[in-house]
Design a protein around this ligand. Structure first.
Ligand code: PLP
Length: 197
């Protein structure tokens, strides 16, 4: 994350509001605070490339009730949040659809476990898995470690992907598969050495 101590100090000095761009920062922390909780607003993206996605949409966070009401009015055609409210503004329809909201609610339940997974160390280089290309399906982690010097599968003889196209040559391997393969390679080496001796 950005140096939020420094940003908040500059903002306070110049009497500025801070909107944290947390588009990709779901679950990140600065010292003891979560991303999006430090500035006046935090803005998270849920567009399709983000780690908590609903295809499109976003979440705005704030701890200031007046700002929350103003933001609510902005996304809802300028209407007040509560009918009795007299403070409202011009706005547009930036409301997130209910289907996207349902996806996000579900995604939020899965998010803590996914976050824990991302922070686990890579068994090859020890860096957090989040720094690698990885996919997770039903608890299986398929990943690529950039420090792994073994060559990718040759393109010409490589497998076809699910669209029947030649795979890119980027080798993604399940943890368990990698461990089993390394174990088999080690055993084969030991057997060959024993035969030579
Ligand atoms: C740093 C940053 N801010 C904002 C955005 C925009 O998010 P959205 O697509 O939800 O408008 C992105 C999207 O990639 C981003 O990376």
């Amino acid at each position: 994350m950005a140096d939020m101590d420094r940003i908040m100090e500059i903002a306070r000095r110049h009497d500025l509001f801070v909107v944290e761009d947390c588009a990709h920062a779901h679950g990140q922390r600065w010292r003891d605070q979560g991303a999006g909780c430090i500035g006046d607003f935090g803005s998270f993206s849920h567009q399709s490339t983000k780690i908590l996605t609903a295809g499109e949409g976003g979440t705005l966070t704030t701890q200031d009730e007046a700002l929350a009401r103003r933001a609510h009015s902005l996304i809802d055609c300028g209407r007040p949040k509560d009918a009795a409210e007299t403070e409202y503004t011009f706005g547009a329809n930036y409301r997130l659809g209910e289907l996207a909201c349902a996806l996000l609610v579900n995604g939020l339940h899965r998010f803590p476990a996914q976050q824990e997974l991302r922070s686990r160390p890579c068994p090859v280089c020890g860096q957090p898995i989040a720094s690698h290309a990885f996919e997770e399906t039903n608890g299986n982690v398929i990943m690529e470690c950039p420090t792994d010097e073994r060559l990718p599968e040759p393109l010409a003889n490589g497998p076809l992907n699910e669209f029947g196209m030649p795979a890119t040559g980027r080798r993604l391997e399940k943890y368990e598969e990698r461990q089993a393969r390394e174990e088999a390679e080690r055993e084969a080496r030991e057997e060959a050495e024993a035969e030579r001796a």
